[in-house]
Design a binder for this molecule. Structure first.
Ligand code: FE
Length: 200
């Protein structure tokens, strides 16, 4: 039995993440465990098909269609699927509505649960321990630091996304957007407003 040399683990500096990913991809492909074409499809799906533009379409539709908004707040998963969005990390969606008196903020305190079909992959700060802790402990101060000053009278509700439920914020429709088409409205909706760190 050899003596375990702890320091041996730390001698070689880690390669940049891209190099490590490329090496893993090559080994898996060579061993027939990974089909490079399938991998390209998966990457393209994340790059082209998933993202906040999907969530923006959901929000814009809710702004122009009161019946859709009712369905969205009643069962978000079904209403979002009406627009063709769904799948992994979005199987159990809940939409929470901002009003002049209530502001909703989404976090995953445990890790980085996030609604991929409507928002894509989470931004780096969403996964940071500071965001995850402070969103619960001091949401008003956190929002102010992120550029969103909420009036004292506005109640902040914090929603903890998890493996079971993923939350999406329905922001208030911006003033002065009367007469906008759904496409024009969708262009006003930001990713951050659907997480709740920004007001439109
Ligand atoms: Fe998580």
């Amino acid at each position: 039995m050899t003596v375990h040399d702890h320091d041996a683990h730390h001698e070689a500096p880690l390669a940049p993440v891209e190099a490590r990913v490329a090496a893993i991809e090559r080994v898996l492909t060579e061993r027939g465990l990974l089909d490079a074409a399938v991998l390209d499809d998966v990457v393209a799906h994340f790059e082209n098909d998933l993202g906040p533009m999907n969530g923006a379409k959901v929000i814009a539709r809710a702004w122009v269609d009161p019946d859709y908004k009712r369905r969205l707040l009643a069962d978000a998963t079904v209403a979002i699927a009406e627009l063709g969005f769904g799948g992994p990390e979005g199987e159990h969606m809940v939409v929470v509505e901002n009003t002049p008196r209530v502001h909703n903020l989404v976090v995953c305190t445990l890790c980085s649960c996030y609604p991929w079909p409507v928002l894509g992959l989470p931004p780096r700060w969403y996964k940071a321990p500071a965001y995850r802790a402070r969103a619960v402990r001091e949401p008003r101060a956190l929002l102010a630091e992120m550029g969103t000053d909420l009036p004292d009278g506005v109640e902040i509700r914090v929603w903890d996304s998890s493996a079971e439920v993923r939350y999406l914020v329905l922001p208030e429709r911006p003033a002065g957007s009367d007469g906008y088409s759904a496409d024009e409205l969708a262009s006003l909706v930001t990713r951050d407003s659907m997480i709740g760190v920004e007001r439109l």
